[in-house]
Design a protein around this ligand. Structure first.
Ligand code: SF4
Ligand code: F3S
Length: 106
């Protein structure tokens, strides 16, 4: 499955949601996750993310392995999101900032 990683936090552009054929994105306050059992590995969302936050599970960088578990867990708790919406207001300022995991609102 594909995985949303740290650079989505506080950006949440949601361009990924628009292209997902199976609507397997789930939404928190400042982050989205992909449900690993629902994702069909089509790969459409990955190039759509302006923050380059989406990776195939096999290709998640070493420093971000924890996000595989985070996507699995939070996709069971958060509501489904099917349509694109406005990014968070400071998305551009937060894009590329390091160590955003501590800012994730669960
Ligand atoms: Fe949806 Fe395809 Fe992305 Fe999986 S890889 S989350 S099915 S768009
Ligand atoms: Fe997040 Fe990128 Fe989607 S910033 S909401 S994974 S388009």
């Amino acid at each position: 499955a594909y995985v949303v990683t740290q650079n989505c936090i506080r950006c949440k552009y949601t361009d990924c949601v628009e292209v997902c054929p199976v609507d397997c994105f789930y939404e928190g306050e400042n982050f989205l996750v992909i449900h690993p059992d629902e994702c069909i590995d089509c790969g459409l969302c990955e190039p759509e993310c302006p923050a380059e936050a989406i990776y195939l599970d096999d290709e998640v960088p070493d420093t971000q392995q924890i996000f595989i578990e985070i996507n699995a867990q939070l996709s069971e708790q958060w509501p489904n999101i099917k349509e694109r919406k406005e990014p968070l207001p400071d998305a551009q300022a937060w894009d590329g900032k390091p160590d955003k995991l501590a800012l994730l609102i669960k």
